[in-house]
Ligand binder design. Structure first.
Ligand code: WTA
Length: 648
C-alpha cells in the first residue's frame, strides 16, 4: 500500500464476513476470466427463476450494433422474489420499518403483511386497466405505500416510473408524458421537517396536460384538503378495502422492462433510463449482500429517497430480495434536531447505515455533541453514495459517527449502472479516505485519455469507462435508443462512458474526481446545466444564460448562472429573486441557483459555442488558469466576467 492513510479491515468484521480479502481476489479473478460461469452461479444463488435462461450474457458494445442481454430466455417475477419466496421462512419477520418525519410515528410491516398489501394494490391497478408492459407513475413521499406501489407494478409486469416528490408539476408532467403513463399514484400531501407539501395539488396541475392518465390513486398521508376529479381519482384506502389479496405473479422475461427512472444528462431534457428484470435483480441482491456485508437478521438503513436510484436498488429491491429488514425514513437529518439520524439508529438497532456525503457535511457543522450523546453501538458498517466524499468528511464519519469501529463503503455508481460498480467490501478492502477503491465482481473499469482516446495503463487519470457489461446496466433510453448509443457509446468506441473522471493509484484504487461532462452534482442530486439554462431563458427579461458548477462546502457543487439580460432591462436583485424562483418552479427545489452573475456577454467561439471551461474557472475563482482565450470571438468579455465575478 502507498503511504497515504490506510485503514485495515477490522478483525471482528474480517472474522465473520461473507467475503474476505483472499475470497475477493479469487472471486473477482473468476468473474473476469469466466463471466458466464460466475454469473450463472450468482443468478442461481440470489434469484428464484420459474424458467432457466438460455444464455447468461450476450452483448455488443459496438455503436452500430448495440445490444445487451442477460439471462435471456429466463423467467422470473421480482415481487415473487422479494415477497412470496420469503413467506415460509420469514413471513413474520419485519420487512420494512417505517420511521415518520415525526419521531413519534413509526410502523413495522412484516413480509406477510407486505405481500398482502402488494397483491391488493396489484389488483386495484388491474381493475383500472393496467396491463403487463403499461407504465405507472409513482409520485409519493417516503411512506411504505411507495414500496407497495413499486412491487405491485412488478407483480403484474407493469413498468414503474418514480418521480421524486420534490419535483415540480412541470417536471412531473414531462415525465408522465415521456413514458406514456396511464396511471399515477400520489398522496394528499407529503411531510418533511414538519412542513407539508401539496403532492396531490401538484399532480392535479401536471395531469391537466396528460390526457392519457385515466386514474390517480391517492394515499391519505396527512388528511389535508384536496380537490377531487370524479371518475379519475381513487382513494387508496377505499380501493384497497375492496380489493382481493389474491394476485398471481406474472412470469416475466429476464429482459422485460422493470422500471424507468429519469436522470439528467449533459444535453436536453432528462432521459428515461430503462432497467430490465433479471439482471437487475441479481445484481441488486448481490451488491446489497456483499457491499454492506449484510448478515441475516440485521436492520439495514439507507437514507435515500425512493425517487432516486439508490432508493430503488438499496431500500427496496436489493434488501427485500435478500429477506432483509429495511428502514424507510420519511424525514430529514436535522429535524427535530441534529441527532435525528443517530436517534433512529438507536431506536431501531440499525447495523448498516448508508447515506450521502452532503448529509455528513451538514451534520459535521453542528459538531460532535449531537452524535456523541447517542449510543450507535449497533452500527457495524457505514456507507456513502452520490458524490465524492472529501477525506475530512470521511474521517468525521469514521471517527465520530462510527467511533473508529465501522468500515465505510464509499460506493461509486450511477442511475444507469443500477447498482454499485466500484466500492470497498467491509471484510475485504483496506480503506483510503476519499477513494471508492476497487471494482465489484464482474466489473472491468478502465481509464482513457479524454483528448486522445487512448487507454491509460497503471497509475494515471482520465475518463472512466467500463469495458464490459454487468447484469444491472441500463438497456436503453426509453423511447430513444439512439440517444442511449450517442450518450454512452460514441465517445470511446467499444466502451460505456460514465461521464466521470477518475484517477487510479499505485495500488489500483480508483479515486472519482467528478463529472467531466455538463452534469452537476448538487447535494448528491444530478442536474443538467442545459435544463437549468432552459428554465432561465423562459423569463422574458433573459436573453441568454450559461450555467456551470462551482465548489460548494456543503452541497459539493453549487449552481452558478451567468445571465445576459435583454437590452434595456434593469438587472437588479428583484430580477435575481424571480429567476431563482422560476428555476425552482420549473424543476423543483433541488434546483436552487446559488449565484447569478449579470453578464453582458458570454465567452463564445467564432462558431458561437459557449466556452464553459472559462466560465467554470471564473466561477471557481481560478482566474489564473483560464487557459487559451485566443479562439474567442470577443476575448474582452472575459475581463468583464472576471471583474464582476461573485464575491465569496
Ligand atoms: C456521482 C447515484 C464519487 C458520480 C448513485 C456519478 C459519486 C453520479 C459516487 C451518479 C461516489 C455517485 N463517489 N462520485 N461514491 N456515487 N457519484 O445517477 O458523478 O444520481 O456519475 O446515481 O454521482 O449520480 P446518480
Amino acid at each position: 500500500m502507498s503511504e497515504e492513510k490506510v485503514y485495515a479491515v477490522p478483525a471482528d468484521i474480517a472474522a465473520k464476513t461473507h467475503v474476505n480479502a483472499e475470497q475477493y481476489a479469487a472471486m473477482y479473478q473468476r468473474s473476469i476470466d469466466d463471466p458466464e460461469g460466475f454469473w450463472a452461479e450468482q443468478a442461481e444463488n440470489f434469484v428464484t427463476w420459474s424458467k432457466p435462461w438460455d444464455k447468461v450474457m450476450d452483448y455488443s458494445f459496438d455503436a452500430d450494433n448495440l445490444y445487451i442481454k442477460w439471462f435471456d430466455g429466463g423467467k422470473l417475477n421480482v415481487a415473487e422474489n422479494c415477497l412470496d419466496r420469503h413467506l415460509e421462512t420469514r413471513g413474520d419477520q419485519v420487512a420494512i420499518i417505517w420511521e415518520g418525519d415525526n419521531p413519534e410515528e413509526d410502523r413495522k410491516i412484516t413480509y406477510r403483511e407486505l405481500h398482502e398489501e402488494v397483491s391488493k394494490l396489484a389488483n386495484v391497478f388491474k381493475s383500472r386497466g393496467v396491463k403487463k408492459g403499461d407504465r405507472v407513475c409513482i409520485y409519493l413521499p417516503m411512506i411504505p405505500e411507495a414500496a407497495v406501489a413499486m412491487l405491485a407494478c412488478t407483480r403484474i409486469g407493469a413498468v414503474h416510473s418514480i418521480v421524486f416528490g420534490g419535483f415540480s408539476p412541470d417536471s412531473l408532467r414531462d415525465r408522465v408524458l415521456d413514458s406514456e403513463c396511464k396511471l399515477v399514484i400520489t398522496s394528499d400531501e407529503s411531510v418533511r421537517g414538519g412542513r407539508h407539501i401539496p403532492l396531490k395539488k401538484n399532480a392535479d396541475t401536471a395531469l391537466t396536460e396528460c390526457p392519457n392518465v385515466d386514474t390517480l390513486v391517492v394515499v391519505r398521508r396527512t388528511g389535508g384538503n384536496v380537490e377531487w376529479t370524479e371518475g379519475r381519482d381513487l382513494w387508496y384506502d377505499e380501493a384497497m378495502a375492496a380489493a382481493s389479496a389474491d394476485c398471481p405473479a406474472e412470469p416475466m422475461d429476464a429482459e422485460d422492462p422493470l422500471f424507468i427512472l429519469y436522470t439528467s444528462g449533459s444535453t436536453g431534457k432528462p432521459k428515461g433510463v430503462l432497467h430490465t428484470t433479471g439482471g437487475y435483480l441479481v445484481y441488486a441482491a448481490m451488491t446489497h449482500k456483499y457491499t454492506f456485508d449484510y448478515q441475516d437478521g440485521e436492520v439495514y438503513w439507507c437514507t435515500a429517497d425512493v425517487g432516486w436510484v439508490t432508493g430503488h436498488t438499496y431500500i427496496v429491491y436489493g434488501p427485500l430480495a435478500n429477506g432483509a429488514t429495511s428502514v424507510m425514513f420519511e424525514g430529514i437529518p436535522n429535524y427535530p434536531d441534529m441527532s435525528r439520524f443517530w436517534e433512529v439508529v438507536d431506536k431501531h438497532n440499525v447495523s448498516i447505515f448508508y447515506t450521502a456525503p452532503t448529509a455528513i457535511r451538514s451534520l459535521m457543522r453542528a459538531g460532535e455533541e449531537p452524535v456523541k450523546k447517542t449510543s450507535r453501538k449497533s452500527l457495524r458498517v457505514l456507507g456513502s453514495v452520490g458524490e465524492p466524499i472529501n477525506p475530512e468528511a470521511w474521517e468525521w464519519y469514521h471517527n465520530v459517527v462510527g467511533d473508529g469501529r465501522c468500515p465505510i463503503v464509499d460506493t461509486w455508481w450511477q442511475t444507469e449502472t443500477g447498482g454499485h460498480l466500484i466500492t470497498p467490501l467491509p471484510g475485504a478492502t483496506p480503506l483510503k479516505p476519499g477513494s471508492a477503491s476497487r471494482p465489484f465482481f464482474g466489473v472491468l473499469p478502465a481509464l482513457v485519455d479524454p483528448a486522445e482516446g487512448t487507454p491509460i495503463e497503471g497509475q494515471g487519470e482520465g475518463a472512466l469507462v467500463l469495458t464490459r457489461p454487468w447484469p444491472a446496466m441500463m438497456r436503453t433510453v426509453y423511447g430513444d435508443h439512439q440517444r442511449f448509443i450517442d450518450t454512452y457509446f460514441k465517445q470511446y468506441p467499444g466502451n460505456y462512458f460514465t461521464g466521470d473522471g477518475a484517477r487510479r493509484d499505485a495500488d489500483g484504487y480508483y479515486w472519482i474526481t467528478g463529472r467531466i461532462d455538463d452534469v452537476l452534482n448538487v447535494s448528491g442530486h444530478r442536474l443538467g446545466t442545459a435544463e437549468i439554462e432552459s428554465a432561465l431563458v423562459l423569463h422574458p427579461h433573459v436573453a441568454e444564460a450559461a450555467v456551470v458548477g462551482y465548489p460548494h462546502d456543503l452541497k459539493g457543487q453549487g449552481i452558478y448562472a451567468y445571465v445576459t439580460p435583454m437590452a434595456g432591462v434593469e438587472a437588479n436583485d428583484a430580477l435575481k429573486k424571480e429567476l431563482v424562483a422560476l428555476v425552482r418552479g420549473e424543476i423543483g427545489p433541488i434546483a436552487t441557483v446559488d449565484i447569478i452573475q449579470w453578464s453582458p456577454g458570454l465567452p463564445k467561439t467564432r462558431s458561437g459555442k459557449i466556452m464553459r471551461r472559462i466560465l467554470r474557472k471564473i466561477a471557481a475563482n481560478e482566474i489564473d488558469s483560464l487557459g487559451d482565450t485566443s479562439t474567442l470571438a470577443d476575448p474582452t468579455v472575459v475581463n468583464d466576467l472576471i471583474d464582476n465575478r461573485a464575491n465569496r
